[in-house]
Design a protein around this ligand. Structure first.
Ligand code: HEC
Length: 384
């Protein structure tokens, strides 16, 4: 009994220390963001007029071009840790052979955060170093990114601001020049879970991350894709398979018994069935911002679709801190846009492609709750 008590005390002490370390790190990030904001404001004042001003406004107190009427100083920030997930696919998390939490996740209704909220730091640091779910590690890449997220709305639109410290450059050894996407030092994505998606609320983005996507272990390769002309045509796929929802397939192999490939890229439902799913709201809304501040509003269903939905954005790096702001209508009515309504709680996920990364070499949140004017949600979208 005495030794059990000792172990328990030791574990409690360790948990306390980990919590304190995380808090200190988040405070350091806040300090860095505040310094970058001060620098941007000073820069703006120093310049009588012209260039630089809109950039400074985006980082500083003012709303910038995308959210000119939002006073970000009065919008509470949510500190989220994004971690590096490697090849931990939707199949991988559901398979008891690979993932300790598979059964409570698939049968018990647990969410990723039920088990992992407190250890995201440790998971990211472990995976990024290389191993079973990261066969091609990038030396020096960080395991986690501490981001600060704010969200606001007015009568028409949603506004989101996300800030995080730049991490410097660590070349990817498996691409020429070390940059997977040389045109984009960073990209930001927000996904909003639609309706009728199995485990959509509990797993967030994971419902679209499959073992046969780009750079994943069961990527079928260009030849196999070309050999299946009908599917390739419907998916507009050439080299690789984009993210998709299990609901868009007749079968997705999870366990991979007897050497079966995991995933279901080629078990595509008919175009009519896909149209029906879209009409029913069964998709992940996908909002994307690029390093130059351009944006694309799309969705994930049978594949990644850019639907040219309304969206505006800006992105800049100032004082070592990235600031990305984007806006979209709360309820555009367009297919592929999840309408955001008061009184509802949504599951969202954020992804940052840091340091010229592409495809799965990003940092992501677990399932994150998001609601208009509701402080019970992790991200409370405040009316301004
Ligand atoms: C019921 C609890 C539970 C749930 C729910 C759960 N997990 Fe896990 N997860 C575990 C356990 C247990 C392990 C193994 C822990 C270990 O090896 O230290 C694990 C390991 C992992 C790892 C590997 C960590 C490492 O150190 O290599 C990843 C990644 C992961 N889980 C992601 C997820 C994601 C994503 C979800 C949601 C889709 C999820 N988990 C849901 C319990 C859970």
């Amino acid at each position: 009994m005495a030794s059990l008590a000792r172990i328990e005390a030791k574990e409690a002490g360790e948990a306390e220390a980990a919590k304190a370390a995380q808090k200190a790190q988040q405070e350091a990030v806040q300090t860095q963001i505040a310094a970058a904001v001060d620098a941007a404001v000073a820069e703006e004042r120093a310049k009588s007029e012209g260039n630089g001003a809109s950039q400074a406004a985006a980082a500083g107190d003012g709303g910038g071009n995308v959210a000119p009427d939002i006073d970000w100083n009065s919008v509470a920030a949510t500190d989220l840790t994004l971690f590096y997930p490697g090849q931990a696919s939707f199949e991988w998390v559901q398979n008891g052979k690979t993932h300790g939490g598979a059964r409570p996740l698939t049968k018990g209704g647990d969410a990723c955060t039920t088990c992992h909220e407190k250890e995201i730091e440790a998971i990211g640091t472990k995976i990024v170093a290389g191993g079973e779910i990261e066969p091609t590690p990038i030396p020096g890449k960080r395991g986690t990114i501490n981001a600060s997220i704010q969200a606001a709305h007015d009568e028409e639109s949603l506004y989101v601001r996300i800030q995080w410290p730049d991490g410097g450059h660590n070349p990817a050894p498996f691409v020429d020049g070390g940059k997977m996407d040389p045109d984009n030092q960073i990209k930001v994505a927000m996904m909003i879970t639609g309706t009728g998606i199995e485990m959509g609320e509990t797993t967030g983005c994971w419902s679209s991350c499959h073992a046969d996507n780009t750079y994943m272990p069961f990527d079928p390769g260009a030849e196999a894709i070309a050999a299946n002309a009908d599917v390739a045509a419907q998916l507009e796929a050439k080299e690789t398979i984009t993210k998709y929802l299990t609901e868009s397939r007749t079968k997705v192999e999870v366990k991979g018994r007897r050497g079966k490939a995991q995933g279901g890229w080629d078990k595509l439902k008919t175009a009519d069935e896909i149209d029906q799913l879209l009409a029913d709201g069964t998709f992940l809304d996908l909002l994307r911002v690029y390093a130059d501040g351009t944006a694309s509003n799309g969705y994930l269903l049978d594949r990644r679709v850019a639907n040219d939905g309304e969206m505006s954005a800006e992105a800049n790096l100032s004082g070592g801190v990235w600031t990305v702001v984007f806006a979209r209508p709360l309820a555009s009515g367009a297919p592929g846009d999840v309408p955001l309504e008061p009184g509802k709680t949504y599951t969202v996920g954020f992804a940052i492609h840091d340091d010229f990364a592409a495809a799965r070499f990003h940092h992501v949140t677990l399932n994150t709750s998001f609601a208009l004017d509701d402080d019970a949600a992790q991200i409370n979208v405040i009316k301004q």
